[in-house]
Design a protein around this ligand. Structure first.
Ligand SMILES: NC(=O)c1ccc[n+]([C@@H]2O[C@H](COP(=O)([O-])OP(=O)(O)OC[C@H]3O[C@@H](n4cnc5c(N)ncnc54)[C@H](OP(=O)(O)O)[C@@H]3O)[C@@H](O)[C@H]2O)c1
Length: 254
């Protein structure tokens, strides 16, 4: 029986991924702030011995507690999925909330990856959830997109460092998905054209498939997203950032 810890498992992509992995027989530790939601999810998952770890991963003290847990209990897989963003122009958003997002999206990912990889053995895997926006600038969510560039770059470097040890590191990059992420960030997912939106179930299926295939350092989710990034190769940076700025919900007043 394989042990797996997933952060951000109380909703969205993390919840759907947890469901799929429980169906496949993994024993899960579910992490998020909402203990009540996690308990209900734990009890609804197939399989036994799942557990819950309540933590606010924007806070160093909680991240350190979870890192100690990762050092004391052997996990075969860690999925750093918890993340948040904020829509709006940089100077219109509270600075402390943007920095808190940096703690969650970057500091927690680095600290938990370190704790996990220190003890990792051949066959183990680390998955970090970045974003399509990790591969592009995004006016109207400039700090968020930059945190995801960090995660994408960090994960790819780790893939190389660990491949000779038989430890797989994946940077998984969803495009826009229909989750609470957008409402929590101050807009709705309907602010994006329907053609580019994926369901959280579809994102989770691709994530699990990539984890099982263990081939690539970086996986871009969804053919539309792959097409968009391919097209961007033929544009100047000025054109690319103008397109992203024009379509960004964070650049619109409503
Ligand atoms: N949805 C998209 O369009 C999209 C696109 C690209 C990448 N992503 C990335 O995919 C990941 C999952 O996003 P999602 O769409 O599933 O978002 P979501 O529906 O908002 O879920 C976020 C999860 O993270 C947890 N979380 C948020 N803040 C936390 C904190 N401070 N400490 C601990 N847990 C926290 C939430 O649980 P609690 O509130 O209970 O803590 C929840 O379980 C994120 O890293 C996000 O950046 C999302």
């Amino acid at each position: 029986m394989k042990n797996l810890l997933i952060t951000g498992a109380s909703g969205g992509i993390g919840l759907e991924t947890a469901k799929l992995l429980a169906q496949k027989g993994y024993t899960l530790t579910l992490v998020a702030r909402s203990g009540d939601k996690l308990e209900k999810i734990k009890n609804s998952l197939p399989g036994k011995n799942h557990s819950v770890f309540v933590a606010d991963l924007s806070l160093a003290a909680d991240v350190n507690k979870l890192a100690s847990h990762l050092q004391n209990i052997k996990y075969d897989i860690l999925i750093n999925n918890a993340g948040s963003g904020l829509y709006g122009k940089f100077v219109d958003l509270p600075l402390d909330e943007q920095i808190s997002g940096m703690h969650l999206n970057m500091d927690a990912v680095v600290t938990l990856s370190y704790a996990f990889l220190k003890n990792a053995k051949k066959g183990d895997a680390l998955v970090n959830i970045a974003s399509l926006l990790g591969h592009s600038s995004f006016p109207g969510a400039s700090v968020y997109a930059s945190t995801k560039s960090f995660v994408a770059n960090f994960s790819e470097s780790l893939w190389y460092e660990f491949k000779s040890k038989g430890i797989y590191v994946l940077g998984f990059n969803p495009g826009a998905a229909k989750s609470e992420f957008h409402a929590n960030a101050g807009k709705q997912s309907s602010a994006y054209p329907e053609i580019i939106l994926s369901s959280t179930q579809d994102v989770a299926k691709e994530l699990v498939a990539a984890l099982e295939a263990r081939k690539k350092p970086r996986v871009m989710q969804g053919w539309v997203n792959r097409l968009i990034l391919f097209g961007f190769r033929f544009l100047s940076r000025k054109m690319a950032v103008n397109i992203m700025g024009n379509m960004s919900p964070g650049m619109k007043d409503q």
